[in-house]
Design a protein around this ligand. Structure first.
Ligand code: AMP
Length: 538
């Protein structure tokens, strides 16, 4: 029996149409590469996105041509999100922090046709332009008076392209399952792999991510996505803002603590989202200048484990609630959010904080399970540790042009993360499977050790890696960056940790370094640390 419901495809363009109709006066504020702070409304953005859709057509872009971007968080980047995906082309956000060789590989592998870029990235784009076999058109996202001298022949100007086009464009009724955007994994080993999001998966992810027990967004919010638009669509926040009518504040290239703080205060930001390393610099700036957050009430921390010490600092010192979230490129990205239940909110502070340090419960649409290496399902008892598998309508079933590989196991996506899940369904990541420390046949959680080390007042960052051991196979080595002007010795730190974790989890040694290598998405590169430090220990 058929339903009597309409068959309306779930389309990204409908998010913008909704924002224009119902929240037309809502603002999008962007700190630009040109240095100034720019403002426009959803109504104006929608009009410019239609002009841009016409401009893409005039450049010869057809569905499903790939439209690449190399850009910071800003309104022009957002216009591209909607003009490309809305008109049936495929938005491909490139990560400027990647090595030019990797960028070139990704652009050619995805068969990008046109590249839109912020001026900051001109040297990188010139390098790519010389060698790319697929990119034919390059557009600098600026006005005529800021157009640079460049080795790129026929370099186009973004605002000129828009000016030449009318503001009427009928968003096509696309197939909701067709490709809308793509993002490559950061690939610490091997070449990056392309994940292709559909119109439908994006809209469903938007609904779920906006929910109260997920990111809890509404028209009363002022959202600052510090997480880049070049990495998994800034966790979907540009789409969410359209769906709920929230004000958006884009930081552009100014991601230092002071610039972020000023923007948060001047624009009345209520909710922000970013990786722990970014928040570290914001908190350092706030601590040093004895600042207060007068409007920011919540911050989403994800991409890497949120150290409990950071959580406590945000909540207890600054009255900013931390929403710990977990996800990945293959999950669009949201998988879990650590939103406390009503009953948990009434618990004593320490218990609440211990709960919030977990990565949280699955948002509706995501199904999770834990399995052993040989596929046996593990109990959700808060203790059993195993491989985390997920499935859902916004989880990747495969990679772009990677036919040989079938990532799914009986319809489940193996995340590569190792976790435990408690009886209430709160998941806690203990490691990446390739970073797990195997000692005497048992697993040691590097994240638990790092979190403990980072709760010492003199420790800025810590990373724990496994190094070879003749008897135990591997033993933990703790790598520490001290806070500026802080002193802590190996012995003091080990004494501080002693008794707070199992004896056999205690690091065999502590190495103090000036910095810990971070990858293109702000994660500690443990493979590099192992390469650098393991030989010294051998
Ligand atoms: P990416 O696809 O580059 O976004 O990286 C996804 C990976 O980042 C996940 O598989 C996790 O290993 C890690 N990750 C993301 N969020 C968290 C979190 N809250 N805690 C621990 N690891 C995380």
């Amino acid at each position: 029996m058929n339903s009597s419901m309409m068959q309306m495809p779930l389309l990204i363009s409908s998010l913008l149409v909704h924002a224009e109709r119902h929240h037309g006066d809502q603002e999008i504020v962007s700190r630009r590469v040109e240095g100034d702070v720019h403002r426009l409304t959803f109504r104006q953005l929608a009009q410019r996105a239609r002009q841009l859709a016409n401009a893409l057509a005039a450049l010869g872009i057809r569905s499903p041509d790939r439209v690449a971007t190399l850009a910071w968080n800003g309104y022009r980047h957002m216009e591209l999100y909607f003009a490309a995906s809305g008109s049936g082309a495929v938005l491909h956000t490139l990560n400027p922090r990647l090595h030019p060789d990797q960028l070139l590989y990704i652009a050619d592998h995805a068969e990008d046709r046109v590249l839109f870029f912020d001026l900051t990235f001109l040297p990188l784009v010139e390098e790519v332009a010389k060698r790319s076999t697929t990119l034919k058109t390059f557009v600098a996202m600026t006005t005529r008076d800021h157009m640079p001298d460049s080795s790129i022949t026929d370099l186009q100007c973004y605002e000129d392209l828009l000016d030449a086009q009318p503001g009427d464009f009928a968003w096509p009724m696309l197939d909701e399952n067709q490709a809308a955007s793509m993002c490559y994994t950061s690939g610490t080993t091997g070449m990056p792999k392309g994940v292709v999001y559909s119109q439908r998966s994006t809209v469903l992810h938007t609904y779920a991510a906006a929910l109260p027990d997920a990111l809890n967004c509404s028209s009363g919010d002022v959202i600052l996505p510090v997480v880049p638009m070049f990495h998994v669509n800034a966790w979907g926040l540009p789409y969410i803002a359209c769906m709920v009518g929230a004000k958006l504040v884009f930081p552009g290239p100014a991601l230092d603590g002071e610039s972020l703080y000023n923007l948060i205060e001047s624009e009345g930001v209520t909710l922000s989202a970013g990786v722990p390393t970014v928040w570290q610099s914001l908190l350092t700036c706030a601590d040093q200048h004895d600042l207060a957050f007068t409007t920011m009430r919540r911050t989403v921390v994800g991409g890497a484990a949120c150290p409990p010490a950071m959580l406590r600092r945000f909540q207890n010192r600054y009255d900013v609630e931390v929403l710990h979230a977990w996800g990945m490129t293959e999950l669009s990205p949201l998988g879990t959010v650590c939103s406390l239940t009503g009953a948990q909110r009434t618990k004593p502070t320490q218990q609440r904080e211990a709960m919030q340090a977990k990565q949280g419960r699955a948002v509706f649409g995501i199904d999770m399970k834990l399995v052993t290496d040989d596929g046996q399902e593990l109990a959700w008892d808060g203790e059993s540790v195993g491989n985390l598998l997920v499935r859902g309508p916004w989880v990747a079933a495969g990679y772009f042009r990677h036919e040989g590989t079938a990532p799914l196991i009986d319809g489940w996506f193996p995340t590569g993360d190792v976790a435990r899940i408690d009886p209430q369904g709160f998941m806690q990541i203990t490691d990446r499977s390739k970073d797990v420390i195997k000692s005497g046949g048992e697993w040691i959680s590097s994240i638990d050790i790092e979190n403990l080390a980072m709760s010492h007042e003199a420790v800025a960052t810590a990373a724990c890696i496994g190094v070879k051991h003749p008897k135990w196979d591997e033993r933990p080595l703790l790598v520490v960056v001290r806070k500026a002007d802080a002193h802590v010795s190996r012995e003091t730190l080990l004494a501080f940790m002693d008794g707070k974790i199992a004896k056999w989890w205690m690091p065999d040694d502590v190495v103090f370094v000036d910095s810990i290598p971070l990858g293109a998405t702000g994660k500690v590169q443990k493979n590099l640390l192992r390469e650098q430090l393991a030989p010294i220990r051998a």
